[in-house]
Design a protein. Sequence first.
Length: 490
Amino acid sequence: MKLSITEQLPDVDAAAVICFEPEAGGVPEDIPMAGQNGWLADLRSSGEFTGKLYESVTLYRPEGIPAKRLVVTGGGKSINFTPTEARRVAGVLVRSLKPKGVKTVALWLESTHATPANISAIAEGAVTGAWDPDKYKTDPKKNEKLIESFSVVVPNGKADSEALQRGRIIGEAQNFARTIINEPGNKLTPSVLAEKAKTIAETNRLECEVLDRAAMEELGMGALLGVAQGSTNAPFLIVLKYKPEQAKSADHLALVGKGVTFDTGGISIKPADGMEKMKYDMAGAAAVIGAMQAIAQLKPPIAVTAYVPTVENAIGGNAQRPGDIVTTLSGKTVEVLNTDAEGRLILADAITYANRNGATHMVDAATLTGAIAVALGHYNVGAFTNNQPLLERLFSAARKAGERMWQLPLEEEYKDYLKSAFADLPNIGGRYGGAITAAWFLKEFADPTPWVHLDIASTAWLDDAKPWIAKGPSGVAVRSFVQLATEWAS
Ligand code: BES
Ligand code: ZN
Ligand code: ZN
Protein backbone atom coordinates (compact mmCIF):
# COMPACT_ATOMS: atom_id res chain seq x y z
CA MET A 1 0.00 0.00 0.00
CA LYS A 2 1.38 3.38 -1.05
CA LEU A 3 0.93 6.17 1.47
CA SER A 4 0.92 9.86 0.72
CA ILE A 5 -0.11 13.15 2.27
CA THR A 6 -1.61 15.97 0.21
CA GLU A 7 -3.51 19.20 0.51
CA GLN A 8 -5.83 18.45 -2.42
CA LEU A 9 -8.30 15.61 -2.42
CA PRO A 10 -7.02 13.18 -5.09
CA ASP A 11 -9.20 11.21 -7.49
CA VAL A 12 -9.95 8.05 -5.52
CA ASP A 13 -12.37 5.15 -5.24
CA ALA A 14 -13.30 6.23 -1.74
CA ALA A 15 -12.84 9.54 0.02
CA ALA A 16 -13.49 9.52 3.73
CA VAL A 17 -14.16 12.35 6.08
CA ILE A 18 -14.18 12.20 9.85
CA CYS A 19 -17.21 13.92 11.37
CA PHE A 20 -17.57 14.38 15.09
CA GLU A 21 -20.50 14.33 17.45
CA PRO A 22 -22.02 17.79 17.38
CA GLU A 23 -21.23 19.76 20.52
CA ALA A 24 -24.37 20.92 22.31
CA GLY A 25 -25.78 23.71 20.18
CA GLY A 26 -22.61 23.76 18.13
CA VAL A 27 -22.21 24.40 14.44
CA PRO A 28 -21.15 21.72 11.95
CA GLU A 29 -17.43 21.09 11.66
CA ASP A 30 -14.97 22.75 9.39
CA ILE A 31 -15.39 20.33 6.50
CA PRO A 32 -15.27 21.74 2.98
CA MET A 33 -17.68 19.32 1.38
CA ALA A 34 -20.12 19.38 4.29
CA GLY A 35 -21.94 22.50 3.33
CA GLN A 36 -22.39 21.98 -0.38
CA ASN A 37 -25.73 20.26 -0.42
CA GLY A 38 -26.48 19.85 3.21
CA TRP A 39 -25.83 16.11 3.34
CA LEU A 40 -24.27 16.22 6.75
CA ALA A 41 -27.18 18.11 8.23
CA ASP A 42 -29.58 15.62 6.61
CA LEU A 43 -27.66 12.65 7.91
CA ARG A 44 -27.65 14.07 11.38
CA SER A 45 -31.29 15.06 11.49
CA SER A 46 -32.37 11.68 10.13
CA GLY A 47 -30.44 10.01 12.95
CA GLU A 48 -28.52 7.88 10.45
CA PHE A 49 -25.28 9.44 11.52
CA THR A 50 -24.56 10.81 14.96
CA GLY A 51 -20.77 11.04 14.78
CA LYS A 52 -20.11 8.24 17.24
CA LEU A 53 -16.71 6.64 16.98
CA TYR A 54 -16.38 4.18 14.03
CA GLU A 55 -19.92 4.87 12.80
CA SER A 56 -19.95 4.96 9.02
CA VAL A 57 -22.30 5.96 6.19
CA THR A 58 -21.40 5.78 2.51
CA LEU A 59 -22.67 8.33 0.00
CA TYR A 60 -22.28 7.45 -3.67
CA ARG A 61 -21.39 9.94 -6.36
CA PRO A 62 -20.82 12.81 -3.97
CA GLU A 63 -21.19 16.16 -5.66
CA GLY A 64 -18.20 18.32 -6.33
CA ILE A 65 -15.42 15.96 -5.31
CA PRO A 66 -13.38 13.58 -7.46
CA ALA A 67 -14.33 10.34 -5.71
CA LYS A 68 -16.75 7.52 -6.39
CA ARG A 69 -17.86 7.39 -2.79
CA LEU A 70 -17.73 9.54 0.28
CA VAL A 71 -17.45 7.58 3.49
CA VAL A 72 -18.67 9.61 6.43
CA THR A 73 -16.83 8.24 9.44
CA GLY A 74 -17.61 8.90 13.08
CA GLY A 75 -14.78 10.43 15.11
CA GLY A 76 -16.59 10.51 18.46
CA LYS A 77 -16.27 13.62 20.59
CA SER A 78 -13.83 15.99 19.00
CA ILE A 79 -12.02 16.71 22.28
CA ASN A 80 -11.50 12.99 22.89
CA PHE A 81 -9.92 12.42 19.49
CA THR A 82 -6.34 11.33 20.22
CA PRO A 83 -3.84 9.33 18.15
CA THR A 84 -5.48 6.15 19.47
CA GLU A 85 -8.78 7.13 17.85
CA ALA A 86 -6.97 8.34 14.72
CA ARG A 87 -5.13 5.02 14.39
CA ARG A 88 -8.32 3.03 14.82
CA VAL A 89 -10.43 5.15 12.49
CA ALA A 90 -7.86 4.63 9.73
CA GLY A 91 -7.78 0.90 10.46
CA VAL A 92 -11.58 0.61 10.44
CA LEU A 93 -11.73 2.47 7.15
CA VAL A 94 -9.18 0.24 5.44
CA ARG A 95 -10.68 -2.95 6.84
CA SER A 96 -14.19 -2.03 5.78
CA LEU A 97 -13.18 -0.96 2.25
CA LYS A 98 -10.67 -3.72 1.44
CA PRO A 99 -13.25 -6.53 1.02
CA LYS A 100 -15.29 -4.28 -1.27
CA GLY A 101 -12.49 -4.15 -3.81
CA VAL A 102 -11.74 -0.48 -3.19
CA LYS A 103 -8.21 0.24 -4.37
CA THR A 104 -7.58 3.90 -3.65
CA VAL A 105 -8.56 5.69 -0.45
CA ALA A 106 -8.20 9.23 0.84
CA LEU A 107 -8.93 10.36 4.38
CA TRP A 108 -9.67 14.01 4.97
CA LEU A 109 -8.56 15.39 8.30
CA GLU A 110 -9.68 18.84 9.40
CA SER A 111 -7.38 21.47 10.79
CA THR A 112 -7.53 21.01 14.56
CA HIS A 113 -6.78 17.30 14.29
CA ALA A 114 -4.12 17.48 11.58
CA THR A 115 -1.26 17.15 14.09
CA PRO A 116 1.95 15.19 13.46
CA ALA A 117 0.95 12.62 16.13
CA ASN A 118 -2.45 12.03 14.48
CA ILE A 119 -0.92 11.87 11.00
CA SER A 120 1.59 9.23 12.18
CA ALA A 121 -1.16 7.30 13.92
CA ILE A 122 -3.34 7.32 10.80
CA ALA A 123 -0.47 5.94 8.75
CA GLU A 124 0.09 3.22 11.36
CA GLY A 125 -3.60 2.40 11.49
CA ALA A 126 -3.94 2.19 7.71
CA VAL A 127 -0.86 -0.03 7.35
CA THR A 128 -1.74 -2.36 10.22
CA GLY A 129 -5.43 -2.39 9.26
CA ALA A 130 -4.58 -3.59 5.76
CA TRP A 131 -2.77 -6.67 7.08
CA ASP A 132 -4.51 -10.05 7.20
CA PRO A 133 -3.13 -13.45 8.23
CA ASP A 134 -3.99 -14.99 4.86
CA LYS A 135 -0.52 -15.99 3.62
CA TYR A 136 -1.40 -19.67 3.50
CA LYS A 137 -4.83 -19.23 1.92
CA THR A 138 -4.50 -20.24 -1.70
CA ASP A 139 -7.60 -18.35 -2.93
CA PRO A 140 -6.33 -16.93 -6.24
CA LYS A 141 -8.65 -13.95 -5.89
CA LYS A 142 -7.29 -12.71 -2.58
CA ASN A 143 -4.81 -10.35 -4.23
CA GLU A 144 -7.55 -8.69 -6.23
CA LYS A 145 -8.77 -7.12 -3.04
CA LEU A 146 -5.85 -5.06 -1.86
CA ILE A 147 -5.77 -1.38 -1.13
CA GLU A 148 -3.15 0.14 -3.40
CA SER A 149 -2.97 3.67 -2.11
CA PHE A 150 -3.99 5.59 0.97
CA SER A 151 -3.76 9.39 1.07
CA VAL A 152 -4.15 11.62 4.06
CA VAL A 153 -5.63 14.95 3.02
CA VAL A 154 -4.93 17.91 5.29
CA PRO A 155 -5.41 21.68 5.12
CA ASN A 156 -2.73 23.90 3.58
CA GLY A 157 0.58 23.83 5.39
CA LYS A 158 -0.24 20.73 7.45
CA ALA A 159 1.15 18.10 5.09
CA ASP A 160 3.79 16.71 7.44
CA SER A 161 5.30 13.96 5.34
CA GLU A 162 7.88 13.12 7.99
CA ALA A 163 5.08 12.26 10.42
CA LEU A 164 3.43 10.16 7.72
CA GLN A 165 6.66 8.28 6.94
CA ARG A 166 7.31 7.66 10.62
CA GLY A 167 3.86 6.12 10.96
CA ARG A 168 4.42 4.00 7.87
CA ILE A 169 7.78 2.74 9.16
CA ILE A 170 6.28 1.82 12.54
CA GLY A 171 3.19 0.21 11.01
CA GLU A 172 5.33 -1.86 8.66
CA ALA A 173 7.56 -2.96 11.55
CA GLN A 174 4.47 -4.04 13.48
CA ASN A 175 3.24 -5.97 10.42
CA PHE A 176 6.63 -7.62 10.02
CA ALA A 177 6.34 -8.84 13.61
CA ARG A 178 2.78 -10.07 13.00
CA THR A 179 3.83 -11.88 9.84
CA ILE A 180 6.55 -13.90 11.55
CA ILE A 181 4.44 -14.55 14.65
CA ASN A 182 1.78 -16.05 12.42
CA GLU A 183 4.23 -18.47 10.82
CA PRO A 184 3.55 -21.97 12.11
CA GLY A 185 6.17 -24.01 13.94
CA ASN A 186 7.00 -26.10 10.87
CA LYS A 187 7.75 -23.02 8.79
CA LEU A 188 9.50 -20.85 11.35
CA THR A 189 12.15 -22.81 13.21
CA PRO A 190 14.94 -21.07 15.15
CA SER A 191 17.22 -21.17 12.10
CA VAL A 192 14.55 -19.59 9.92
CA LEU A 193 14.05 -16.87 12.53
CA ALA A 194 17.80 -16.25 12.52
CA GLU A 195 17.74 -15.98 8.70
CA LYS A 196 14.90 -13.45 8.89
CA ALA A 197 16.89 -11.39 11.39
CA LYS A 198 19.92 -11.50 9.08
CA THR A 199 17.82 -10.26 6.20
CA ILE A 200 16.48 -7.38 8.30
CA ALA A 201 20.05 -6.54 9.27
CA GLU A 202 21.28 -6.56 5.67
CA THR A 203 18.48 -4.43 4.29
CA ASN A 204 18.63 -1.94 7.14
CA ARG A 205 22.37 -1.82 7.81
CA LEU A 206 22.36 -3.34 11.26
CA GLU A 207 25.16 -5.50 12.54
CA CYS A 208 24.09 -9.08 13.07
CA GLU A 209 25.76 -11.90 14.94
CA VAL A 210 24.24 -15.30 15.40
CA LEU A 211 25.61 -17.60 18.09
CA ASP A 212 25.09 -21.27 17.31
CA ARG A 213 24.97 -24.23 19.66
CA ALA A 214 28.75 -24.66 19.73
CA ALA A 215 29.31 -20.99 20.57
CA MET A 216 26.71 -21.15 23.33
CA GLU A 217 28.23 -24.33 24.74
CA GLU A 218 31.60 -22.63 24.80
CA LEU A 219 30.11 -19.69 26.72
CA GLY A 220 28.21 -21.93 29.12
CA MET A 221 24.57 -21.10 28.37
CA GLY A 222 23.31 -24.20 30.12
CA ALA A 223 19.78 -22.92 30.68
CA LEU A 224 19.11 -22.05 27.05
CA LEU A 225 20.75 -25.26 25.81
CA GLY A 226 18.79 -27.39 28.26
CA VAL A 227 15.51 -26.17 26.76
CA ALA A 228 16.81 -26.68 23.23
CA GLN A 229 18.10 -30.22 23.68
CA GLY A 230 14.77 -31.93 23.05
CA SER A 231 14.45 -30.57 19.52
CA THR A 232 16.19 -31.51 16.30
CA ASN A 233 15.88 -27.84 15.31
CA ALA A 234 19.06 -26.20 16.53
CA PRO A 235 18.93 -23.18 18.87
CA PHE A 236 20.49 -19.77 18.27
CA LEU A 237 21.13 -16.52 20.04
CA ILE A 238 20.52 -13.70 17.58
CA VAL A 239 22.18 -10.34 18.22
CA LEU A 240 21.21 -7.26 16.17
CA LYS A 241 23.10 -4.04 16.76
CA TYR A 242 22.10 -0.52 15.91
CA LYS A 243 24.87 2.03 16.38
CA PRO A 244 23.98 5.68 15.80
CA GLU A 245 26.29 7.86 13.74
CA GLN A 246 26.35 10.38 16.54
CA ALA A 247 25.23 9.11 19.91
CA LYS A 248 23.68 11.77 22.11
CA SER A 249 24.13 9.66 25.21
CA ALA A 250 26.44 6.96 26.49
CA ASP A 251 23.44 4.79 27.33
CA HIS A 252 23.11 1.45 25.66
CA LEU A 253 19.61 0.05 25.44
CA ALA A 254 19.17 -3.72 25.18
CA LEU A 255 15.92 -5.22 23.90
CA VAL A 256 15.55 -8.91 24.73
CA GLY A 257 12.80 -11.07 23.18
CA LYS A 258 11.65 -14.60 23.92
CA GLY A 259 11.92 -16.61 20.73
CA VAL A 260 10.35 -20.02 21.37
CA THR A 261 9.25 -20.97 17.86
CA PHE A 262 6.95 -23.63 19.27
CA ASP A 263 6.21 -24.49 22.89
CA THR A 264 4.91 -28.03 23.41
CA GLY A 265 5.70 -27.66 27.10
CA GLY A 266 8.38 -30.32 26.79
CA ILE A 267 8.02 -33.38 29.03
CA SER A 268 5.70 -31.29 31.25
CA ILE A 269 3.54 -31.35 28.13
CA LYS A 270 0.75 -28.89 27.47
CA PRO A 271 -2.84 -30.04 26.92
CA ALA A 272 -3.67 -30.68 23.25
CA ASP A 273 -6.56 -28.22 23.33
CA GLY A 274 -5.24 -24.92 22.05
CA MET A 275 -1.64 -26.07 21.75
CA GLU A 276 -1.57 -24.90 18.13
CA LYS A 277 -1.46 -21.34 19.40
CA MET A 278 1.98 -21.94 20.87
CA LYS A 279 3.48 -20.89 17.55
CA TYR A 280 3.12 -17.37 18.94
CA ASP A 281 5.59 -18.06 21.73
CA MET A 282 8.14 -16.06 19.77
CA ALA A 283 6.07 -12.86 19.81
CA GLY A 284 8.60 -11.17 22.09
CA ALA A 285 11.36 -11.98 19.61
CA ALA A 286 9.22 -10.67 16.76
CA ALA A 287 8.51 -7.42 18.62
CA VAL A 288 12.19 -6.86 19.25
CA ILE A 289 13.28 -7.64 15.68
CA GLY A 290 10.43 -5.54 14.26
CA ALA A 291 11.39 -2.65 16.51
CA MET A 292 15.01 -2.91 15.34
CA GLN A 293 13.87 -2.59 11.73
CA ALA A 294 12.03 0.66 12.53
CA ILE A 295 14.86 1.93 14.73
CA ALA A 296 17.36 1.35 11.90
CA GLN A 297 15.13 3.40 9.60
CA LEU A 298 14.34 6.21 12.04
CA LYS A 299 17.95 6.49 13.30
CA PRO A 300 17.65 7.74 16.89
CA PRO A 301 20.92 8.93 18.48
CA ILE A 302 21.24 6.07 20.96
CA ALA A 303 22.79 2.61 20.72
CA VAL A 304 20.26 -0.23 20.76
CA THR A 305 21.06 -3.94 20.69
CA ALA A 306 18.56 -6.74 20.38
CA TYR A 307 19.18 -10.12 21.96
CA VAL A 308 16.92 -12.92 20.79
CA PRO A 309 17.36 -16.39 22.25
CA THR A 310 15.50 -18.79 19.97
CA VAL A 311 14.70 -22.46 20.55
CA GLU A 312 11.95 -24.98 20.02
CA ASN A 313 10.62 -26.45 23.27
CA ALA A 314 10.04 -29.98 21.98
CA ILE A 315 9.68 -33.47 23.33
CA GLY A 316 12.16 -36.18 22.41
CA GLY A 317 14.49 -38.81 23.70
CA ASN A 318 16.99 -36.15 24.60
CA ALA A 319 14.52 -33.69 26.10
CA GLN A 320 15.20 -32.03 29.41
CA ARG A 321 13.45 -33.74 32.37
CA PRO A 322 11.70 -32.31 35.38
CA GLY A 323 14.30 -32.31 38.14
CA ASP A 324 17.22 -31.64 35.80
CA ILE A 325 19.66 -29.09 37.14
CA VAL A 326 21.29 -26.70 34.68
CA THR A 327 24.05 -24.15 35.12
CA THR A 328 23.20 -20.79 33.63
CA LEU A 329 25.67 -18.44 31.94
CA SER A 330 25.69 -16.39 35.13
CA GLY A 331 26.93 -19.38 37.10
CA LYS A 332 23.70 -19.74 39.07
CA THR A 333 22.17 -23.21 39.02
CA VAL A 334 18.50 -23.84 38.27
CA GLU A 335 16.38 -26.85 39.09
CA VAL A 336 13.94 -27.37 36.22
CA LEU A 337 10.78 -28.32 38.07
CA ASN A 338 8.60 -27.79 35.04
CA THR A 339 9.89 -27.97 31.48
CA ASP A 340 7.01 -25.75 30.34
CA ALA A 341 8.53 -22.78 32.20
CA GLU A 342 11.16 -22.60 29.46
CA GLY A 343 10.94 -18.92 28.50
CA ARG A 344 12.59 -17.73 31.69
CA LEU A 345 15.41 -20.24 31.18
CA ILE A 346 16.37 -19.02 27.74
CA LEU A 347 15.88 -15.38 28.79
CA ALA A 348 18.11 -15.83 31.84
CA ASP A 349 21.09 -16.60 29.62
CA ALA A 350 20.24 -13.91 27.08
CA ILE A 351 19.87 -11.30 29.85
CA THR A 352 23.23 -12.29 31.35
CA TYR A 353 24.78 -12.08 27.90
CA ALA A 354 23.28 -8.59 27.36
CA ASN A 355 24.64 -7.54 30.74
CA ARG A 356 28.11 -8.76 29.80
CA ASN A 357 27.98 -6.91 26.51
CA GLY A 358 27.48 -3.45 27.89
CA ALA A 359 23.73 -2.97 28.29
CA THR A 360 23.07 -0.01 30.57
CA HIS A 361 19.28 -0.41 30.36
CA MET A 362 17.29 -3.48 29.45
CA VAL A 363 13.73 -4.21 28.41
CA ASP A 364 12.51 -7.70 27.63
CA ALA A 365 9.29 -8.83 25.99
CA ALA A 366 8.08 -12.37 26.45
CA THR A 367 4.95 -14.49 26.16
CA LEU A 368 6.00 -15.74 29.56
CA THR A 369 2.99 -16.87 31.59
CA GLY A 370 -0.64 -17.85 31.33
CA ALA A 371 -0.95 -16.24 34.75
CA ILE A 372 -0.65 -12.75 33.29
CA ALA A 373 -4.03 -13.29 31.58
CA VAL A 374 -5.53 -14.20 34.95
CA ALA A 375 -4.11 -11.02 36.48
CA LEU A 376 -4.79 -8.49 33.73
CA GLY A 377 -7.03 -10.02 31.09
CA HIS A 378 -6.25 -9.24 27.47
CA TYR A 379 -6.06 -5.48 27.43
CA ASN A 380 -2.85 -4.64 29.26
CA VAL A 381 0.71 -5.82 29.00
CA GLY A 382 2.07 -6.78 32.44
CA ALA A 383 5.15 -4.79 33.40
CA PHE A 384 7.72 -5.46 36.12
CA THR A 385 10.88 -3.59 37.01
CA ASN A 386 13.85 -3.26 39.29
CA ASN A 387 14.09 0.43 38.38
CA GLN A 388 11.04 2.67 38.63
CA PRO A 389 12.43 5.56 36.51
CA LEU A 390 13.05 3.23 33.55
CA LEU A 391 9.53 1.85 33.85
CA GLU A 392 8.07 5.37 33.94
CA ARG A 393 10.04 6.19 30.83
CA LEU A 394 8.74 3.13 29.03
CA PHE A 395 5.18 3.82 30.17
CA SER A 396 5.34 7.34 28.85
CA ALA A 397 6.54 5.97 25.49
CA ALA A 398 3.79 3.33 25.53
CA ARG A 399 1.13 5.97 26.17
CA LYS A 400 2.29 7.95 23.16
CA ALA A 401 2.46 4.79 21.09
CA GLY A 402 -1.07 3.80 22.11
CA GLU A 403 -0.15 0.58 23.91
CA ARG A 404 -1.49 -0.17 27.38
CA MET A 405 0.73 -1.52 30.12
CA TRP A 406 0.12 -2.07 33.79
CA GLN A 407 2.71 -2.46 36.52
CA LEU A 408 2.71 -5.47 38.84
CA PRO A 409 4.76 -5.68 42.02
CA LEU A 410 8.17 -7.25 42.47
CA GLU A 411 8.63 -6.93 46.20
CA GLU A 412 11.14 -8.92 48.24
CA GLU A 413 8.51 -11.20 49.77
CA TYR A 414 7.71 -12.73 46.39
CA LYS A 415 11.19 -14.19 46.27
CA ASP A 416 10.09 -16.60 48.99
CA TYR A 417 7.97 -18.36 46.37
CA LEU A 418 11.16 -19.34 44.52
CA LYS A 419 12.87 -21.98 46.64
CA SER A 420 14.77 -25.00 45.37
CA ALA A 421 16.02 -27.75 47.69
CA PHE A 422 18.86 -28.72 45.36
CA ALA A 423 19.88 -25.71 43.25
CA ASP A 424 20.13 -21.93 43.60
CA LEU A 425 16.72 -21.39 42.05
CA PRO A 426 13.75 -23.44 40.82
CA ASN A 427 12.24 -22.41 37.49
CA ILE A 428 8.72 -22.20 38.90
CA GLY A 429 7.11 -20.76 42.00
CA GLY A 430 4.09 -22.11 43.80
CA ARG A 431 0.43 -21.80 43.03
CA TYR A 432 0.07 -18.05 43.39
CA GLY A 433 1.43 -15.01 41.61
CA GLY A 434 2.73 -16.96 38.62
CA ALA A 435 3.51 -13.93 36.49
CA ILE A 436 5.35 -12.34 39.42
CA THR A 437 7.51 -15.35 40.23
CA ALA A 438 8.44 -15.59 36.56
CA ALA A 439 9.49 -11.93 36.64
CA TRP A 440 11.39 -12.48 39.89
CA PHE A 441 13.30 -15.28 38.23
CA LEU A 442 14.40 -12.93 35.42
CA LYS A 443 15.31 -10.19 37.91
CA GLU A 444 17.89 -12.54 39.42
CA PHE A 445 19.78 -12.29 36.12
CA ALA A 446 19.04 -8.66 35.21
CA ASP A 447 20.15 -7.07 38.50
CA PRO A 448 21.69 -4.59 39.01
CA THR A 449 21.11 -3.19 35.50
CA PRO A 450 17.92 -1.12 35.22
CA TRP A 451 15.46 -3.49 33.58
CA VAL A 452 11.79 -3.80 32.69
CA HIS A 453 10.11 -7.10 31.89
CA LEU A 454 6.98 -7.10 29.74
CA ASP A 455 4.78 -10.18 29.90
CA ILE A 456 2.89 -10.10 26.61
CA ALA A 457 1.35 -13.60 26.80
CA SER A 458 -2.21 -12.24 26.97
CA THR A 459 -1.81 -9.32 24.52
CA ALA A 460 0.32 -10.72 21.69
CA TRP A 461 -2.55 -12.71 20.17
CA LEU A 462 -6.06 -11.44 19.46
CA ASP A 463 -8.61 -14.24 19.63
CA ASP A 464 -11.18 -12.05 17.92
CA ALA A 465 -10.86 -9.50 15.17
CA LYS A 466 -11.49 -5.87 16.04
CA PRO A 467 -12.99 -3.54 13.43
CA TRP A 468 -9.53 -1.92 13.04
CA ILE A 469 -7.30 -4.98 13.23
CA ALA A 470 -7.39 -8.62 12.15
CA LYS A 471 -7.63 -11.57 14.48
CA GLY A 472 -4.31 -13.24 15.27
CA PRO A 473 -0.92 -11.77 16.11
CA SER A 474 -1.13 -8.20 17.40
CA GLY A 475 2.48 -7.07 17.13
CA VAL A 476 2.25 -5.56 20.61
CA ALA A 477 5.35 -3.84 22.04
CA VAL A 478 6.84 -2.87 18.66
CA ARG A 479 5.43 0.65 18.83
CA SER A 480 6.43 1.21 22.46
CA PHE A 481 9.98 0.00 21.82
CA VAL A 482 10.38 2.28 18.83
CA GLN A 483 8.96 5.23 20.76
CA LEU A 484 11.24 4.51 23.72
CA ALA A 485 14.34 4.43 21.54
CA THR A 486 13.46 7.46 19.44
CA GLU A 487 12.63 9.70 22.37
CA TRP A 488 15.47 8.41 24.57
CA ALA A 489 17.98 11.08 23.73
CA SER A 490 15.56 13.96 23.25
N1 BES B 1 4.53 -19.92 26.59
C1 BES B 1 3.96 -20.20 27.84
C2 BES B 1 3.08 -19.06 28.37
C3 BES B 1 1.85 -18.77 27.59
C4 BES B 1 0.64 -19.30 27.99
C5 BES B 1 1.90 -17.94 26.50
C6 BES B 1 -0.50 -19.01 27.29
C7 BES B 1 0.77 -17.65 25.81
C8 BES B 1 -0.44 -18.18 26.19
C9 BES B 1 5.03 -20.47 28.89
O1 BES B 1 6.19 -21.03 28.40
C10 BES B 1 4.44 -21.39 29.88
O2 BES B 1 4.08 -22.45 29.49
N2 BES B 1 4.32 -20.98 31.12
C11 BES B 1 3.74 -21.78 32.12
C12 BES B 1 4.51 -21.58 33.40
C13 BES B 1 4.14 -22.55 34.48
C14 BES B 1 4.62 -23.94 34.10
C15 BES B 1 4.78 -22.10 35.75
C16 BES B 1 2.29 -21.34 32.29
O3 BES B 1 2.01 -20.15 32.23
O4 BES B 1 1.44 -22.22 32.46
ZN1 ZN C 1 6.09 -23.14 28.26
ZN1 ZN D 1 6.63 -20.60 26.37
